[in-house]
Design a protein around this ligand. Sequence first.
Ligand code: SF4
Ligand code: SF4
Ligand code: FES
Length: 370
Amino acid sequence: MATELQTNGGGVTLGAMDVVLKIWRSDAETGERSLERYEVTVGEEATLLDCLDVVKDKVDGTLAYRKSCRMMICGSCGMRLDGRAVLACKERMKPYVDRGHVPVVSPMGNLPVVRDLVVDMGPFWSKIRAVKPWLDTGYQEHPEGEFRHSQQAMNPIHKESLCIMCGCCVSECNSMEADPEFLGPAALAKGFRFVGDPRDRGKIERLEALNEEHGIWDCTRCYFCNERCPKGVDPRDAIAKLGAESIEAGIDRDMGAKHAKWFVRSAETTGWLRETELVPKTQGLAEAIRQTKFAVSLAKRGKVPLPFPPHVAKDVREARMLRELVRSQGRTGAAGHIQGERALSRIEHVLHDDPEKAPASRIAPEKARG
Ligand code: SF4
Ligand code: SF4
Ligand code: FES
């Protein structure tokens, strides 16, 4: 380990390290599959992609993987490292070497494998196309030549606009694993990118489509997509914003929307989620009657509280005041989530900077010029 010295392009001397990798090799045509071990010597700053390049150049030229920009822009190099979807050009290997750990590299999940680390992105692109990822301005040519919008007006879709279509979120999506027809985190984040765009005229039509089967309410809220997105798009948050916008627009026919509405209503009236009323409120009276036998057997075993009289939390007034505060601030639809995000980013600035010295634009970025 670290036996050689190498220089980078700028003449800076770097240590070298030996990286050991195990890579899943496979061929969809022949069905062959094997886990192969490779050892390469690279600079200490090497990423997973650098290591794969050395394997391909010096050890085995048949290794297949995708790459282009090498700097986290193009989204080509998504793959799994020890079971987590990563961009190979972002993941440095030194921590693995320091721990003496041999990581396993495999193709992304939820997409068909073509060969080695290359997956078929066809299903990914068809979902993206399904959400009509283009601006519907309602005109061919703007009468005044151009639309001008402030930064504030575009801030709500800032995060969603950062997507580089790498597919890392899709790779980790639990819901897509169970239902390959689910639109999935990347397409839904793209959906909000246009629903939230003040220039778009197709908002209601878009929301209606996203509320169909395999749409926003099929997300299991596992948050793996937020955890694995290398660009901070936070697709799960985008899905939550789409849900909030749908309810705001009166599109609440799905059980998921009814569940969300009952959750809020229940919390504001009693301070608790009244679970026994959840089935009739979300699935309807007929379904509740069908489930009576099951509910009685749960009640007999003390698994559900009796619905009457409803249990009211001691400090329910606080829950009601919180709800009233949110209402009075006009945090309806996606705005509630966006304000929350911006509040968190401000807390982050205050934690990392001296607020006395930080420019106002960093403490309140939405007030910055431009
Ligand atoms: S939060 Fe939803 S969209 Fe994201 S990975 Fe989980 S199931 Fe998929
Ligand atoms: S949302 Fe993130 S993880 Fe998903 S495709 Fe876009 S950049 Fe990649
Ligand atoms: S090679 Fe472009 S994102 Fe990794």
